[in-house]
Design a protein around this ligand. Sequence first.
Ligand code: SF4
Length: 335
Amino acid sequence: MIRIGIPQALLYYQYYPMWKTFFEELGSQVVISPSTTQAMLSQGSSRVVADTCLPVKVFLGHVLSLVGKCDYIFIPAIRSVKRRVYNCSKFLGLPDMTKAVIPESPPILDIDIDINKGKRDLYQSIYKLGRRFTWNPFKVRQASMAAWQAHLDYQKLMSSHGLTPPQAIERISGTLEATPKTHSSHSTSTRGTIALIGHPYLLYDEHINHRFIHRLEQAGYKVLTPEMLTAKGLETAIVRLAGSSYWTYEEEVVGAGEHYLESEADGVIGIMTFGCGPDSVMMDMVRQQANRLKTTAFMSLTLEEHTAEAGVVTRLEAFLDMIHRRKRRQVEVCV
Ligand code: SF4
């Protein structure tokens, strides 16, 4: 059986159930890389120039960890998944960059996804990928339809049950294998609710964010994330704040930020990485909105390769302390 490696990094959290279903429907076995470790990050980092963003360094570390464990590695080049909405350039060149800096990588299965080129081009790309496994176009069609359904089910599971991607993946696969530890979004809230905004590869990679969700839950806060909102809710929020999207995955930052600033959260924390152009623009929009509304506390946290755990803990403690004092003041005013 052909083994397809999928790095547990970057777009893994958005699309893993879809990709897994597609390859398994075509008779392959899917192998995912383990959770990020410092060694993986260091190895990934050693292959690129220093100012490459942290998530790409992590991704390359995951690719290296799959060398020798699979026959192919799946690395799509996702340019656009919505009309006139574009992805960060790092995603566009990911297969080529990986080939260039990790020559020992197993052969890369790549696919160009650009919705602006029309449906016909998209179908052709999918068939081209599927032809590596079967010459039967009906089988490829069946696999792609099953994969799309798996994706819709995954999104619905997260939004209707308030699950994070790792929790949903765990629930779908019925196994804890190689998924990050469970985040209990349903933990009893004793102190309040904090919404996290940012890309899944930052929010759910416990190594690079120093177990941020776990720390919030340990401090007694219920954690909300972008995936717990519906696509429609996120889009409405983007329209309210920015008019329309320009960047792919803008809903994870601007949409979720605007929604949570205006709703149920006591505080909103934006997580981004140093040197990320799209995120610095998007996070700034959310920050400005927080300043305008003045109803919900906002903090942005910038991670990089050498971010110390103590620094993250100190920022978090100071923010939670401020929220606690705010809430106490509100209670005193009401009394
Ligand atoms: S959006 Fe930012 S963090 Fe994500 S891959 Fe692009 S540059 Fe890196």
